[in-house]
Design a binder for this molecule. Structure first.
Ligand SMILES: O=C(O)CCC(=O)C(=O)O
Ligand SMILES: [Fe+2]
Length: 400
């Protein structure tokens, strides 16, 4: 490697002990620094899924899974078929997927149906009473799920399960959010590339690779960080890091995507870059289409899952929740962040305000009749400024 080649970390930090690792340390060293880390199995030791979903041999417990979830309809991807840069998905009853998996294993990892991987199953949304894991404190400042829960529309909490050999192609996560992923049983290999490095891997048409391990890419960028994640361990994948993931054994994992005050600016930059790409794509109709800007927003929404007006609603809902929390009598720094303390509320409000100012300054947002939003963006901004000024008068420490 020559002197100009960026150095990429060759190892990941391991966090061993829940009793000595504080939220503040995670916030500074990993969330703000946007650096990956791996939590030991101690952090998931008390989850009931680690007993009831797993046999003593550390294999998926088919009987228990079938009994509770057998009739659930789950999304299943075919790892052997490349469609654009992903795998085509179908919906199957879990019962049928497990029957497939057992037969695949008995046949030594072969099936006429290919290698099927259950992914992005909204288990928690569909079975809210199945209390099989608890989101670790470190990942609980989660505006994404807070927003989508509040409008009862969607969530970003998933279960994955797949046989040895199933894998996820090279990608970065929705909205460039953070993700955490815990192995309930089994092992994974992660290949992680820091943000920006993927630019070196684009082909002549600007497309990113499907498989980052193909030999022709080896010279183009420093090798990805390789992480082996054992049963029970939880990996933190920072914002905008591209990754590719292999199941080294039969594996079940739980994963959430989330955004908060530390990476909301990354999400906002991502939306602006995606809108620019859409605008370039349909530029030739700019002069002839009356509602061209609205149209770009519709395409943005279908590609990413959100448009600029909904991004405003997202900021608004989190702002309202935090303002309300401040108005409740003397908020205490809660034992976990589902009830954030005053310092964290202040940090969140400051980040919402900075993002809102940038959104209101944005020429594409201004074209979308923002005065028809409820409340009008300038009224929300004024309210945020009023609340923040009150807090500062009260001498709340703003270092966070
Ligand atoms: O476990 C996998 O196959 C992929 C998980 C993933 O991409 C994520 O957690 O962000
Ligand atoms: Fe991912």
């Amino acid at each position: 490697m020559d002197a100009l080649t960026p150095q990429i970390a060759t190892r990941i930090d391991r966090i061993e002990d829940p009793d000595t690792f504080s939220y503040d340390e995670f916030f500074r060293k990993y969330l703000i620094a946007n650096t990956p880390c791996l939590f030991s199995a101690e952090f998931s030791r008390l989850w009931s899924s680690r007993r009831t979903w797993v046999t003593p041999e550390n294999k998926p417990h088919w009987g228990n899974l079938l009994r509770v979830f057998g009739d659930a309809i789950v999304p299943v991807a075919n790892c052997d078929v490349k469609e654009y840069n992903a795998n085509p998905k179908e919906l199957l009853p879990l019962r049928e997927y497990i029957a497939y998996w057992r037969e695949y294993t008995e046949n030594g990892g072969r099936s006429a149906r290919g290698c099927l991987y259950l992914k992005d199953w909204h288990m928690r949304r569909e079975f809210p009473d199945e209390d099989v894991y608890e989101t670790p404190l470190y990942f609980s400042s989660d505006w994404l799920n807070e927003y989508w829960d509040s409008i009862a529309m969607d969530d970003y909490r998933f279960v994955y399960m797949g046989p040895v050999g199933s894998w996820t192609p090279f990608h970065a996560d929705v909205f460039r959010s953070y993700s955490w992923s815990a192995n309930v049983c089994g092992r994974k290999k992660w290949l992680l590339l820091p943000p920006g490095q993927e630019e070196l891997l684009r082909d002549d048409s600007g497309n990113l690779p499907y498989d980052v391990t193909v030999p022709s890419l080896r010279k183009l960028c420093p090798p990805p960080l390789e992480v082996i994640q054992e049963a029970g361990e939880i990996i933190f994948v920072p914002s905008g890091w591209h990754h590719q993931v292999y199941n080294l054994e039969d594996t079940i994992s739980i994963n959430h995507n989330w955004v908060n005050g530390c990476n909301v600016s990354v999400m906002w930059r991502f939306l602006q870059a995606e809108l620019s790409a859409v605008q370039r794509e349909i530029n030739e109709w700019r002069e002839t289409m009356e509602d061209w800007d609205q149209h770009c927003q519709i395409i943005l929404r279908s590609c990413t899952g959100i448009d600029y007006r909904e991004f405003f609603s997202f900021l608004k809902i989190i702002a309202e929740h935090r303002i309300q929390a401040l108005q409740e009598d003397a908020p205490q720094p809660g034992p976990h962040l589902m009830s954030p303390g005053p310092q964290h509320i202040h940090f969140d409000l400051r980040k919402i305000m900075e993002t809102l100012i940038s959104l209101m300054d944005n020429a594409d947002f201004q074209k979308l009749d923002p005065e028809t939003l409820e409340p009008r963006p300038e009224d929300l901004l004024r309210e945020l400024q009023r609340v923040m000024a009150l807090r500062e008068d009260n001498g709340v420490n703003t270092v966070m």
